[in-house]
Design a protein around this ligand. Structure first.
Ligand SMILES: C[S@@+](CC[C@H](N)C(=O)[O-])C[C@H]1O[C@@H](n2cnc3c(N)ncnc32)[C@H](O)[C@@H]1O
Length: 376
């Protein structure tokens, strides 16, 4: 049985008279004291992660536009765009040639952001070989199609389990230094054991220049446990997502596994990332936490900026409420939009509004944004 959960308020933004938004082109075993068994379990998890992402189909634009969670995906993408854009801007104040490590790059969902940020060099790494191939293909296509005058960044692609293998051993240039490491929706896979979380951190931070940044997005352990404790079972969620823990009441620092299911697709096991521990572990690599916000806090902060707001409209990151003749709400259930209805009835509100359905918001508000800086 799924429980109602208490997430932060649903985002509602005025759309400043834009009645239409431009659609963007665009197994588990208990932890055991037997080291051999533990190692086997870890190997199985790694294989599962790789094969899960390798077999995920790349769906076309048309298919994606039909998704129940289209706006949530766009919202997440908007958030990453802002985070990446702001960090690159900061780095570029000090350096002209910017080198980036995209740790857990997937199929290259952030390539356009790197292009837009005018970086010089990109290293993409992921455990899933098929994803890395697709990422490389996407990069090659982008390069081929770009304007002859545009200088596209050079790129290198590495298939590796970044919780177990050192990227330094695989880089073409062993001396390479990065200005930014971006780890989007990935770091939680490493919290299976201390060793794995540490190796992932080492990969993220050891080749960062002083003043460089380690940025990312990851589920907020506090939010996950809060929702679990409010549930009357080991699960919670709604019509778009569900999270299932193996146990309630015991949350080990490493290997605290849960299954995340989004839009009916059973995902691979993830592990709770207890942020104060993450922050402490990062000190080993001379990293200082400079920014940490929940997605809601991040939204509230960034939406105040007109450029960010415009980008949100262009990326169709919030859906239009109420819908007009040309649009349709993601859910037909009015309860999904009670928050927006309430706001739309206020006297001083300009319509239409931009929002996310309640279920999508509950799914995305599990996450947080972090930025660490490398100290000299
Ligand atoms: C949710 S996807 C995010 C992809 C991309 N960062 C993005 O934001 O679009 C998680 C990615 O992490 C990768 N991943 C998971 N465990 C990993 C590991 N141990 N080493 C490297 N990549 C890993 C998966 O293969 C997958 O591509």
């Amino acid at each position: 049985m799924m429980a109602e959960n208490s997430s932060s308020p649903n985002p509602v933004s005025d759309m400043e008279g834009h009645t239409s938004t431009l659609k963007r082109k665009y197994d588990e075993e208990d932890e055991d004291s037997c080291p051999r068994k533990l190692q086997l379990t870890e190997e199985r998890h790694s294989q599962k992660v790789a094969s899960h992402y390798n077999t995920l189909q790349e769906c076309g634009l048309e298919e994606r536009n039909k998704s129940r969670i289209l706006h949530m995906r766009n919202f997440n993408n908007w958030l990453k765009s802002i985070l990446i854009g702001e960090i690159l801007e900061q780095v570029r104040q000090e350096r002209r040639d910017v080198c980036v490590l995209d740790l857990g790059c997937g199929k290259g969902g952030d390539l356009l952001k790197w292009r837009k940020g005018h970086i010089s060099r990109l290293v993409c790494a992921d455990i899933a070989a098929v994803s890395v191939e697709q990422c490389q293909q996407r990069y090659n296509d982008m390069k081929r199609k770009c304007h002859p005058n545009e200088r596209i960044f050079s790129a290198e692609f590495i298939t590796a389990d970044c919780t177990k293998e050192l990227l330094s051993d695989k880089l073409k240039d062993a001396e390479m230094k990065f200005d930014v490491c971006s780890c989007q929706f990935v770091y939680h896979y490493s919290f299976e054991s201390h060793e794995q979380a540490d190796t992932m951190l080492r990969n993220a931070c050891e080749r960062l220049r002083p003043g460089g940044f380690f940025i990312g997005t990851t589920p907020d352990a506090y939010e996950l446990v809060k929702r679990l404790e409010l549930s009357d079972s080991n699960s919670f969620g709604n019509e778009v997502y569900s999270v299932t823990f193996q146990k309630k009441g015991e949350y080990p620092l490493f290997g605290c596994q849960y299954d995340f299911n989004l839009e009916g697709v059973v995902n691979v096991p993830e592990f709770l990332v207890y942020f104060p521990l993450f922050e402490e572990m990062a000190k080993k690599y001379n990293m200082r936490l400079v920014y940490k916000k929940t997605f809601y806090e991040f939204f509230q902060e960034k939406i105040k900026n007109e450029q960010n707001k415009l980008l949100m409209q262009r990326m169709s990151a919030l859906e239009q409420y109420p819908a007009d003749d040309r649009s349709k709400l993601a859910s037909e259930n009015p309860e999904e939009y009670e928050h927006a209805k309430g706001k739309s009835e206020c006297a001083d509100v300009r319509l239409p509004l931009g929002t996310l359905s309640k279920s999508e918001w509950e799914a995305t508000s599990i996450y947080l944004v972090f930025v660490f800086e490398k100290m000299s």
